[in-house]
Design a protein around this ligand. Structure first.
Ligand code: SF4
Length: 389
């Protein structure tokens, strides 16, 4: 028993996507080594691997804008709510995995997620060690996680704002933090709900992950691996989302991976590599990296651009310019259908995206204030020169 089951609340026609047995990125499962969280770019910056400037900036690059600072603040306040004890008695509900899978997905949409998928939790998607903030030079805290399933939850970063921003201005981190915190909020509620039904469950989100998210999204049928490093692209949201995960032993039916032609699209498009301000993305071919065949990402350059950006808060230029970053309007639904189903349509769409001027900021839609919190504690706010508000 596997695959998609029709639900009432699906915002997108996920039942029409082509399902495949394995992700479209080649994964050599046996070769993948579990990774330590300390080796992620932001953790390396924290440890001083990229120099003192970035070690200092990584502590303020989110809080230096008051909105992203507020979002990160509430995200941190809930970080200890990810786990708990399951009810001693199972709830008097059907234990048919198909029924439970449909129900869980409906519940996730009710909680205001934009997409949801289920997979069996691959052991290589679990960190071997979590970063230890009190002892950053250590390997970290060993992770023990034996849940069978992962429920992946996507939250859109907001098309209207994505339309207005440059990709690297003062709203960039606020878009990320909105989706990180809201997806975490949904995951924490869902995990608690499952525990109240009598099954173990743990939430994982930006402030408290025990899992590596991209392989889970691939196996849960929520996207394909893109040229933007480890970034997954969803056919309806593009790269404009953040994800949280709930791991559990609640009996569920895994979804299957999807193929919407992204490997072919990214092979020709290369727009993110062309526009990346940090020079972190490659326009060359795929390479093997820890068991994954993927387009290479220079993590150090990417981290330095996002952390060290002095003309904005963070960077999501790749998200901004990607042709898959579009609204779910009738026009883009039609184009999306053609691009998913025809390589000729993909070639035309790649040319057309630049010709139509997509990827440029629409300043008439700008709604936020450009402000910098100089000390990172919400006290001293400095207006930015050339503020268009
Ligand atoms: Fe792929 Fe083009 Fe998007 Fe980069 S900008 S991820 S190459 S579709």
């Amino acid at each position: 028993m596997s695959g998609y089951h029709k639900r009432n609340l699906d915002p997108f026609p996920v039942n029409k996507l082509r399902r495949v047995d394995r992700p479209t990125t080649f994964i050599d499962d046996g070769q993948i080594k579990r990774v330590k969280e300390r080796d992620a770019g932001f953790m390396k910056a924290r440890r001083g691997s990229y120099g003192q400037t970035y070690q200092k900036e990584v502590g303020r690059f989110v809080t230096k804008h008051p909105l992203s600072g507020a979002e990160a603040w509430i995200g941190l306040m809930i970080r200890n709510l990810v786990d708990g004890v399951a009810a001693k008695q199972k709830a008097p509900i059907q234990d048919d995995p198909k029924v439970l899978s449909v129900h869980i997905k409906e519940a996730v949409y009710f909680l205001r997620a934009d997409a949801v998928g289920i997979c069996e939790l691959p052991s290589y998607a679990i960190y071997s060690h979590n970063f230890d903030f009190r002892n950053p030079e250590s390997d970290g805290i060993p992770v023990e996680l034996n849940h069978k399933y992962a429920i992946a939850i996507l939250v859109d970063q907001d098309w209207r704002t994505a339309q207005a921003f440059t990709g690297h201005d003062w709203i960039s981190n606020s878009m990320s933090m909105l989706a990180y915190t809201n997806s975490g909020f949904i995951a924490i509620i869902l995990a608690e709900y499952i525990r109240r039904l009598g099954y173990p469950a743990r939430a994982h989100y930006a402030a408290n992950y025990q899992v590596v998210v991209p392989p889970i999204l691939l196996w849960a049928g929520l996207g394909e691996m893109s040229r933007i490093g480890d970034c997954i692209i969803n056919p309806f949201l593009g790269p404009r989302f953040k994800a949280a995960v709930v791991t559990t032993d609640l009996p569920l039916v895994p979804d299957r991976p999807i193929d919407f032609g992204l490997q072919d699209f990214c092979s020709s498009c290369k727009k993110c590599a062309r526009e990346c301000l940090g020079g972190a993305l490659s326009d060359s071919g795929k390479e093997m990296h820890n068991g994954y065949e993927k387009w290479p990402l220079d993590v150090e350059k990417c981290t330095k651009m996002r952390v060290g950006n002095q003309n904005g808060s963070g960077c999501g230029t790749c998200l901004k310019v990607c042709p898959w970053n579009k609204p779910y309007s009738p026009l883009h639904r039609a184009v999306g259908w053609a691009v998913r189903n025809s390589s000729l349509a993909r070639r035309i769409a790649i040319r057309g995206d630049d010709l139509m001027g997509y990827g440029k900021p629409n300043y008439s839609k700008k709604w936020w204030f450009d402000l910098e919190d100089v000390e990172g504690n919400g006290v001293l706010l400095k207006p930015i020169k050339n503020n268009t508000n």
